[in-house]
Design a protein around this ligand. Sequence first.
Ligand SMILES: Cc1ncc(COP(=O)(O)O)c(C=O)c1O
Ligand SMILES: N[C@@H](CCOP(=O)(O)O)C(=O)O
Length: 411
Amino acid sequence: MKLVCVDCSAERSWREFSMACSCGGRLEVVQDLSRVDGERLKTLFHERLAERMSVYASGVWRYKELIFPELPEEYIVTKFEGNTGLYTSEPIRRKLGIRELYFKAQSENPSGSFKDNGMTVAVSHGRSLGYNRFACASTGNTSSSLAMYAAMGECTSQVYVPNRSISMNKVLQTLAYGAQVIRFDGTYDDGIRFLEQHGAELGLYVCNSVNPFRIEGQKSIIYETAQNLNWELPDWILIPGGALSNVSALGKGLRDLKNLGMIDKVPRIALIQAEGASPFHRMMAAGKEQLTPETHPATKASALNIGNPPSWQIARRVLQLCQGVTCSVSDEEILASKRMIDQSGIGCEPASAATLAGLSKLLNDQTIGKEESALCILTGNLLKDTEILAETTDEMLHSGLAHVTDEVVSS
Ligand SMILES: Cc1ncc(COP(=O)(O)O)c(C=O)c1O
Ligand SMILES: N[C@@H](CCOP(=O)(O)O)C(=O)O
């Protein structure tokens, strides 16, 4: 395993930590999978489903051979993350009129979001290098996840959180796990820039998705989904886009599975952004080569308030390789889709519901055909954005879609 710069192809060892190449390019983990036998792995991964207490009971470390074969087990900090539900919803499928529809509920992770898939790997890698001070910039999910794993690994965490347009209960969750929260005036993009400039001199191991080990861990989302579906994935995978870590990770995972002959067909990816924070979609739609950052990203889906996604070059390459598409959806469309997902019993936070809103839009304009199959990645838990939950519940109560009745109950 080595780290390779996506811009200048310079190589470095995985035994050192850096957020970027000296040329400024993003780093990617490159593994030597030439001697790996895909069929043998399928059997091994199947056998590991019976594990209970070992690291292989984790829905991430089950796939260790494809994620971090070199890492000694003693450094691994795990909460048996992954192992999330794959659901169907007949009412939603019928309403959209699509042949087959799945939801992968990454919201069921221990800290309530998909970040755990990547964070277990980043924190474990950092510990193996001797770090005990971890950091991130965050809109709240990355920080909750980091704070949880740092605490589990008996390390400290320092998180940089914007002082507005974020969800307070995510910050409370982060604080509860014992992180030091540093508030600042600005957005996630300013926080990342600060850590890129000062993380190393402060002796911090940075756990944002610019850290290539986060991406290695997040690949497991696609491995687990493929295993759930007996190694046959749907035609389309819909992913909400903010910093663009998931599209980078899932794309890399798909490439691994295809190269190893573990899947026959690579699904197409549809990356969905919130209208008020959609610099990547705007670049793709305009056929431009360079991303123009959005200086004031604004969406009610707080996790998507990102104007300058650090992984946009990697994301663009992924979409080119899998004939991907992008689209953007309004906050109203996101919240209407969230209601459908919540009322199906699955539930999610607003950012995740962008996937279903995007699916609906792409079915309407016939980018996705009704005879095809699709999978929406639900990234965060229903209890995450409580401000929006309170607002939408109020609206439902007023329009008679939710009911609270006061009664005197006497014995
Ligand atoms: C719940 C949730 N969904 C979606 C996203 C966006 O994912 P990505 O940054 O991988 O594009 C985030 C944060 O980035 C998130 O916290
Ligand atoms: N929504 C994210 C922002 C992106 O963070 P990263 O982990 O991809 O760097 C959050 O929860 O902070």
